[in-house]
Design a protein. Structure first.
Ligand code: ATP
Length: 212
């Protein structure tokens, strides 16, 4: 069988509560390393595996739009917000494969998310819809055993050649940053300059977000 010759689209899902440089820089490095046609930032509406976001979907989308405005290959995609209800990645990918039948999808994921991948709803189906690009996150190694370790060993490839079903790991600049830490800094009134884009900081201040 011939290798897939179409373009790949990157899928960057998360709560983005708020978006920060630990989301943005890895996305750019993956886009460049894999030659992705674009990276679609998909904020979840109602996450199923964690606490609900602190601010509304509208605010999270507005902050993403400000953060990615200068990157032509970055796109805000509100598919999960428009769908409403609990956000399951498998459903999102089903929608996207219908929308882009000729493209390969590459779901980006930090090692923290990948370590729990076998708890995701219909995780085996996800690999039938997309490839995975795993990025190392400080203090979070790639699992060597268990379901996720087995999956990594079985599906890892040095370079993507198929529209779905493969896993690559992409070296990225390590940024020890989390939205949880940022929300805590903002609540305490600690300066967050240089941890997230300044238009996002301005937006947070303007709308008095993350104060409680
Ligand atoms: P929270 O602290 O609220 O859990 P977060 O900062 O981990 O948020 P999410 O929106 O939950 O951000 O993460 C979405 C995706 O971004 C996940 O795949 C996660 O691994 C990745 N990610 C977040 N922060 C980093 C970082 N500093 N370096 C690499 N990947 C990251």
């Amino acid at each position: 069988m011939n290798a897939f010759s179409g373009q790949y689209i990157g899928i960057n899902g998360g709560t983005f509560d708020p978006i920060h440089f630990g989301h943005l820089r890895p996305a750019l490095e993956v886009q460049l390393a894999l030659g992705l046609e674009e990276v679609r930032f998909i904020p979840c509406y109602k996450p199923v595996h964690r606490d609900q976001p602190s601010v509304s979907a509208e605010h999270r989308c507005a902050m993403i739009a400000l953060a990615i405005a200068s990157q032509p290959k970055f796109v805000l995609d509100k598919v999960e917000i428009e769908q409403g209800g609990p956000s399951y990645m498998v459903h999102t990918l089903q929608t996207l494969t219908k929308r882009y039948p000729a493209k390969g999808l590459v779901l980006m994921m930090g090692t923290d998310a990948f370590a729990k991948f076998d708890t995701w709803f219909e995780w085996q189906t996800i690999l039938k819809l997309a490839n995975l690009a795993i990025t190392h996150r400080p203090g979070e190694p790639i699992p060597q055993s268990g379901e996720v370790g087995q999956l990594f060993k079985k599906s890892w490839v040095p370079k993507l050649t198929e529209p779905f079903g493969q896993i690559v790991d992409v070296p990225i600049t390590q940024l020890e940053l989390s939205a949880t830490a940022l929300r805590s800094y903002l609540k305490q009134g600690v300066c967050v300059d240089y941890l997230l884009p300044s238009p996002v900081i301005n937006y947070i201040q303007q709308h008095q977000l993350y104060q409680e």
